[in-house]
Design a protein around this ligand. Structure first.
Ligand SMILES: [Zn+2]
Ligand SMILES: [Zn+2]
Length: 353
């Protein structure tokens, strides 16, 4: 097999030849047809996450070993099954759920692999979709995209379920109850599309960029709020008609967390998704008196991926703009993302796909 791998952090990806892995036990070998280029690939490539205040989280210290084929938004065609794998056959096209754990603990067996304490995520701790082949440890991690565009379906494995899982943590809510979404970039537009597909009708979107606020309105936001400077909480409360039950903070930096927390009503939830960095000081009596919840949300689980794909298959979910790039140009694609030259999502596509 070939891969376009991180050999050294921050250096160009290198095309490498590796032995094609042989599926063992319940494993399934797939030939990668599509793989999304995610913003978090840039952090993996650089080798660290910026935690704010000059602090960095090193990925090497967290167990990431090079060389590594990144890529966690994978669609591929089944090539070969391990002796204990059932439920798929060679030629089947499948989305590969990448947020794997140990595979044997209570969380993994309950299909909450992303909550496992031993992460083995594809494209992070194990080779992912920036290669011609990938191993899925178990057929239950494979989801049939049906008639969906595989380039769009690939993005459901990360950007899709990240937003979907956060929304699910805020739900159930009456469809006309305001939900506040902070950040109108790619994830924000995705959140609007998913909320609409779920039948939600009252979506208030906050962003500092007038251009992004206009894009949010075009995508179906009910109202938009300028998140610049002082008074954002007041503007959110005015736009929503009062303090709110749910804020999904896709930025999750010091400033956004503050105005988001301050906009909550009694019983309100702040769902924190972004990895912008920063800190939040919480007034403890208010947490108790107002029965507030601050909850983090990281990617999603296989059940949520199947549910999201179901929503898309029912035709309720608007497809986000994707552009495909030949797989062999993985490094160029990554650099375009780094340089901020990408609107929508770049998806690597195999020559044969
Ligand atoms: Zn991602
Ligand atoms: Zn586990």
């Amino acid at each position: 097999m070939r891969a376009w791998a991180v050999v050294e952090n921050g250096k160009p990806l290198q095309e490498v030849e590796w032995p094609t892995p042989e599926p063992k036990g319940t494993e399934v070998l797939l030939e990668v047809t599509h793989c999304g280029v995610c913003h978090s690939d840039l952090h993996i490539w650089e080798g660290y996450y910026d935690l704010g205040g000059g602090k960095k989280m090193s990925l090497k210290d967290r167990g990431v070993v090079l060389p590594l084929a990144m890529g966690h938004e994978i669609v591929g065609r089944v090539v070969k099954l391990g002796p204990d794998a059932t439920g798929v056959k060679p030629g089947d096209l499948r989305i590969v759920y990448p947020w794997l754990g140990c595979g044997t603990c209570e969380k993994c067996l309950a299909e909450e692999d992303n909550m496992c304490l031993v992460p083995r995520s594809l494209g992070v701790y194990a080779n992912g979709g920036y290669g011609t082949h990938v191993i899925a440890p178990h057929p239950r991690h494979l989801v049939d995209p049906g008639k969906l565009d595989p380039a769009v379906a690939a993005t459901y494995a990360c950007s899709g379920i990240t937003v979907f899982s956060a929304i699910k943590k805020a739900m159930p809510m009456p469809p006309d109850e305001p939900v506040v979404v902070v950040g109108a970039g790619g994830l924000g537009l995705n959140a609007i599309a998913i909320l609409k597909a779920m039948g939600h009708r009252n979506i208030v979107v906050v962003d500092i960029s007038a251009e992004k606020r206009a894009a949010a309105l075009k995508a179906g936001a009910s109202k938009v709020v300028d998140g610049t400077g002082e008074g954002t909480t007041k503007r959110i409360v005015e736009a929503a008609g009062g303090p709110v039950l749910a804020v999904i903070d896709l930025v999750n930096g010091t400033a956004t967390a503050r105005f988001a927390f301050d906009a909550l009503r009694k019983g309100g939830k702040l769902i924190q998704v972004g990895l912008f960095g920063g800190e939040l000081t919480v007034p403890l009596p208010l947490m108790a008196i107002r029965a507030l919840t601050v909850q983090g949300s990281y990617v999603g689980n296989p059940k949520e991926l199947r549910e999201l794909v179901g929503l898309a298959q029912n035709g309720k979910l608007e497809a986000l703009p994707v552009a495909t790039v030949p797989q062999s140009q993985a490094n160029d694609a990554l650099m375009r993302l780094r340089d901020g030259k990408v609107t929508g999502r770049l998806v690597l596509k195999a020559e044969a796909a």
